[in-house]
Design a protein around this ligand. Structure first.
Ligand code: NAP
Length: 520
């Protein structure tokens, strides 16, 4: 770390580094309470900065082929790789994460960049995409329609949540830049440091054309006002902020294309007939504990509801509680600590309040806040929360357990009667990012997956043959779609080449076949 406490993070906009003109917000270490850096975007000329990105960044990127843009992503990845240790140090200070959890963010970002760099190579020397086959429009087959996809001639404004300052940036920026669209990122204020440093490193390395990448740290005021019709907005955050964004004139009147990734009450489901000790039962217990505790439960994809057959409800509670009891919580600098802190005292407050609300509708099966549970930290300062497992004996009669997302190491176990009941309970999340199915009957797993595909962006199926090699319920792989319908925001990110659709405009070209053959 090179910042001294209270130093200001610069914004990079309009091709130059600019400090905010106000007092800004002081970021603090969520474990120790130490002052870190200030972030502020007051007084920036956002319309001028955005115009620079559109004109300079957009035209330079569009002049390149997909292969050349893929090479830019590989250069970004190599630049970030050189500074990987710095990002781990900043994350430790700013997010309070243990190294393994920082890895999910930072290494996840590097991996995602690599996947899109390779996709650029696959797409080759083109500058636009051909979409589907030509379709005959008239009796004479000579006149046809062919859809094309071209990079949008605006910028991509990326507004991110606090929990993934590294991956959150590059999971959006990689497909945007590969599409030929310049990026302005606005990280969540609480954890802006890693995002800002990554942009700084990439700008200083000079690997992207001028205007291709900008960062605005601090308040979101004015950002949406500066958007124009061909810009796109990719947002990740809470449902409340998403609602504000949807009603903004940029979206409601200027039709700025918007992708929303919001909150989600994801579930894991143990199919009937899986006894304690079976491969599927053990896999569920292992994965649920990992999902509850990774990043202290601050993952949008984390398992919040665990559905098990009534017959094994008690044994599942026992097995989960026994494993959760082994999770040591506290200062991530301490070698025995497995789970660090939440990102801020404000989040700590919100999670403790959320646990209180859920407790009113459930009973406590495991509460890690017992005895001297906190390692090497002051409970009055540190934003640490121990794992809490709750039980909803009557999940049909407790709407709160299906509606309330507590963004911490908290989940609710619930029993079901039969498969239909289990699937119906999973659907009560009203649209989720991810659901996991654990079982050994391939036909039932496939049938359940198709049924839940209507209400989930991703169905993660763990049968015994993949129990030790699957990628994990909560891990967002760039090859798979990320997003979910309904309360999850209705967005679609990643999914390999599908991610590029958002940053392209589709148009139909109706012409002679002789013209259409020239499109490619
Ligand atoms: P948040 O409070 O909604 O903030 C998200 C981002 O929006 C931040 O950068 C925030 O800036 C900005 N923002 C706030 N008000 C805004 C406005 N009026 N206009 C434009 N931008 C505005 O969410 P959060 O607390 O950071 O994140 C936690 C939530 O995100 C959880 O509910 C979680 O489920 C969800 N999440 C979803 C996904 C997903 O992929 N679906 C991933 C991660 C997190 P400031 O920080 O400056 O306020």
């Amino acid at each position: 770390m090179t910042a001294t406490s209270g130093e200001r993070l610069n914004n990079y906009l309009g091709g130059r580094w600019q400090p905010g003109q106000g007092p800004g917000t002081l970021l603090t270490d969520p474990v120790l309470g130490d002052a870190l850096v200030r972030v502020d975007a007051t007084g920036l000329d956002l319309p001028a900065g955005f115009e620079h990105a559109r004109r300079a960044g957009g035209s330079a990127l569009r002049a390149l082929s997909y292969r050349e843009r893929g090479a830019l992503l590989a250069a970004v990845q190599a630049t970030l790789q050189k500074h990987r240790d710095t990002y781990f140090a900043l994350s430790l200070a700013n997010s309070g994460t243990v190294a393994a959890d920082t890895g999910i963010d930072v290494d996840g970002a590097l991996y995602t960049l690599g996947v899109y760099a390779r996709l650029g190579d696959t797409l080759g020397d083109r500058r636009h995409l051909i979409d589907g086959e030509p379709a005959r429009l008239a009796k004479d087959p000579l006149f046809q329609s062919q859809h094309v996809q071209v990079p949008t001639r605006g910028l991509a404004l990326l507004i991110n949540a606090f929990n993934f300052p590294a991956w959150g940036l590059w999971a959006k920026a990689a497909p945007a830049l590969l599409s030929g669209v310049p990026v302005v990122v606005k990280p969540a204020t609480a954890t802006a440091w890693v995002t800002q440093r990554m942009v700084q490193d990439v700008v200083e390395a000079g690997v992207l054309p001028p205007g291709a990448l900008s960062v605005v740290c601090g308040s979101s005021a004015g950002l949406l006002d500066a958007l124009q019709p061909f810009d796109v907005l990719a947002f990740t955050g809470s449902a409340d902020t998403a609602a504000t964004i949807r009603s903004h004139a940029a979206v409601a009147q200027r039709s700025v294309r918007t992708n929303i990734e919001a909150d989600s009450v994801n579930s894991a489901l143990l199919l009937p007939g899986e006894a304690p000790g079976s491969d599927s039962f053990e896999a569920l217990v292992r994965d649920v504990v990992r999902e509850m505790t990774q990043k202290s439960g601050q993952k949008c994809t984390a398992i919040r509801r665990i559905l098990v057959p009534q017959a094994v409800y008690a044994q599942a509670a026992e097995a989960l509680s026994a494993r959760l009891a082994q999770v040591s919580v506290g200062n991530p600098r301490h070698s025995t600590v497995r789970m660090g802190s939440l990102v801020s005292r404000a989040q700590w407050q919100s999670v403790m309040q959320g646990i209180g609300e859920l407790r009113s509708a459930t009973r406590v099966l495991h509460d890690g806040h017992q005895g001297t549970w906190l390692v090497d930290a002051d409970p009055a300062i540190a934003s640490c929360v121990a794992p809490v497992l709750l039980g909803a004996d009557d999940p049909d009669g407790q709407p709160l357990v299906h509606d309330k997302e507590v963004f911490g190491p908290v989940a609710t176990l619930m029993p079901y009667r039969d498969t239909e009941h289990a699937l119906a309970l999973a659907e009560r999340g009203q649209g989720s990012l991810a659901v996991s199915l654990f079982g050994a009957d391939n036909a039932v797993l496939a049938g359940s997956a198709v049924r839940l595909a209507a209400s989930h962006g991703r169905v993660h199926v763990v049968s015994p043959d993949v129990a030790r090699l699957h990628t994990g319920h909560g891990t967002v792989m760039p090859q798979s779609l990320h997003g979910g319908p309904g309360r999850a925001g209705g967005g679609e990110e990643l999914g390999g080449a599908r991610a590029l659709n958002f940053y392209h405009r589709r148009a139909a070209v109706q012409a002679s076949t002789h013209v259409l053959t020239n499109l490619a």
